[in-house]
Design a protein around this ligand. Structure first.
Ligand code: MF3
Ligand code: CO
Ligand code: CO
Length: 275
């Protein structure tokens, strides 16, 4: 089925997107103190699911989500992608977080029919238990996302976003995943356009005020190539190298952008963002 571009959001819809975005981010705030050595990714899912359903009175969008007939319905409410997992890591009772692990938790909630989609990296253990390699990858991935966000304004090109992310990540010798990308979002979880995290300046569609989409670069220490596991969802790097990801839902405003997935615990933008 042909997907259409996200509609230019009206003021009341933007307000609903702000609410959904804030709720998604608040799930990450809520789970943060639990993301510790010894907890299973299954338990993280259980806690997030209960918080979304019982406290936020919202819907966890991933649960039973089926992007196309080639996928089985996603069995949980969040994605937990550990170390060499690029994305769509399925929570598991047998997966216990240990010191030195890096884990992406990706939350999408639906509130009043609108979606908010955001993810952050969590580093497990004390500062000295986490490798320099892992710390640097997570930092650069976060900065890469912001290099993309910084490009967002009416009439900017999608290719400007991809180019900014790609050139920044590659300047550290990292590789950008191309098989998965950001997406238009609103009443629909995943819609056009596909927001690639690589690109060429002044190519691709031009952004317009009132459009909402995600920027969610997946950055690998090694090859950009991934492989899907036998569970049908979990994507690992082909060479088992480390992978990281951050995600925000972004609104194009009349003169730039607004980050919709914000809450009290949202990490501050990097120093290069002056706003
Ligand atoms: N939240 C993911 C994204 O950023 C999508 C997860 S789909 C799922 O687009 F089914 F795996 F949950
Ligand atoms: Co997304
Ligand atoms: Co997401």
């Amino acid at each position: 089925m042909e997907k259409s571009l996200p509609p230019k959001l009206a003021a009341d819809e933007i307000e609903k997107m702000r609410i959904a975005g804030k709720l998604a981010s608040e799930v990450l705030d809520y789970i943060t103190p639990h993301v510790q050595e010894g907890i299973s990714t299954f338990e993280l899912n259980r806690l997030c699911h209960d918080y979304i359903v019982n406290i936020q009175d919202a819907i966890p969008a991933p649960l039973n989500y089926q992007p196309s007939s080639s996928y089985t319905p996603y069995p949980y409410s969040i994605c937990t992608s550990v170390n060499e997992v690029i994305c769509h890591g399925i929570p598991s009772k047998s997966q216990i977080l240990k010191a030195g692990d890096i884990v992406n938790i990706d939350v999408t909630v639906i509130k009043n029919s609108y979606h908010g989609d955001t993810s952050r990296m969590f580093l497990i253990g004390d500062y000295n238990q986490i490798s320099e390699k892992a710390k640097k990858l997570c930092r650069v991935t976060y900065e890469s996302m912001w290099k993309g966000i910084e490009q967002v304004a009416p009439n900017a090109y999608l290719g400007d976003i991809g180019y900014a992310i790609q050139t920044y990540a590659q300047s550290f010798g990292y590789n950008v995943v191309e098989d998965y990308c950001g997406h238009g979002i609103g009443r629909i979880f995943h819609t056009e356009p596909q927001v690639l995290h690589v690109g060429k300046p002044k190519t691709g569609m031009q952004l317009y005020e009132g459009m909402a989409f995600t920027i969610e670069p997946m950055i690998n220490v090694g090859t950009k190539a991934g492989k899907i596991m036998s569970d049908g969802w979990t994507v690992k790097t082909k060479d088992s190298s480390l992978s990281a990801q951050f995600e925000h839902t972004i609104l194009v405003t009349n003169n730039g952008y607004e980050v919709l997935t914000q809450s009290a615990g949202t990490p501050l933008p990097p120093d290069f963002i002056v706003k």
